[in-house]
Design a protein. Structure first.
Length: 181
């Protein structure tokens, strides 16, 4: 069964714990059991664009990102616009896109609780001179998400997850799609 792991888990298994609390300015390669894994950069993540609560450090926030698996929500046609823009940014690197039904994902991973974010957590921006809020409340459970479902920008899991049998992959967010498993 195919599984996804948070970047921090991969870093730990590769003996690269030095990467967990430092934003990656470029893609980083780590090796686990003779397999090379590429960890995507975190280039848009800048401390100066963030408003962190007292007692929460930038390094803690970076680690919290590295301890998650991220998904862009969408519908059967494509991910939301954030996901499309993210793909376009990395298009030259020929990324592979995974697509799956969220209900299948949740049924297969009953102990994994999705957390939701209303913005691109790893790309804080200043807006009208105000820094973007980030911190321990960036990701919230569905019961605490005080917006409509259409306002979800990221769906995250803070544990490894198994991919459901209906998982598909493609080279573009709009397909064509092939079964992964």
């Amino acid at each position: 069964m195919a599984r996804l792991f948070p970047a921090a888990t991969l870093m730990e298994r590769a003996g690269r714990t030095d990467l967990i609390r430092v934003p990656r300015r470029h893609s980083e390669r780590v090796s686990i059991d003779s397999r090379e894994i590429v960890l995507r950069d975190q280039a848009p993540l800048h401390k100066g664009n963030m408003r962190l609560p007292k007692g929460h450090s930038f390094e803690q926030f970076v680690e919290s990102l590295n301890r998650r698996i991220f998904f862009w929500p969408g519908d059967s046609a494509s991910p939301i616009s954030y996901g499309i823009r993210h793909f376009e940014h990395y298009r030259k690197e020929l990324p592979v896109i995974l697509r799956m039904d969220v209900q299948s994902l949740l049924r297969l991973n009953p102990k994994a609780s999705p957390l939701f974010c209303r913005y691109n957590s790893g790309s804080p921006r200043c807006s009208y001179g105000k820094r973007s809020p980030r911190g321990p409340n960036t990701f919230v459970a569905a019961v605490d998400f005080n917006e409509t479902p259409g306002k979800v920008v990221e769906v995250t899991f803070d544990t490894e997850i198994a991919l459901p049998p209906n998982t598909e992959y493609g080279l573009h967010p709009k397909g064509p799609w092939k079964r992964l498993l």
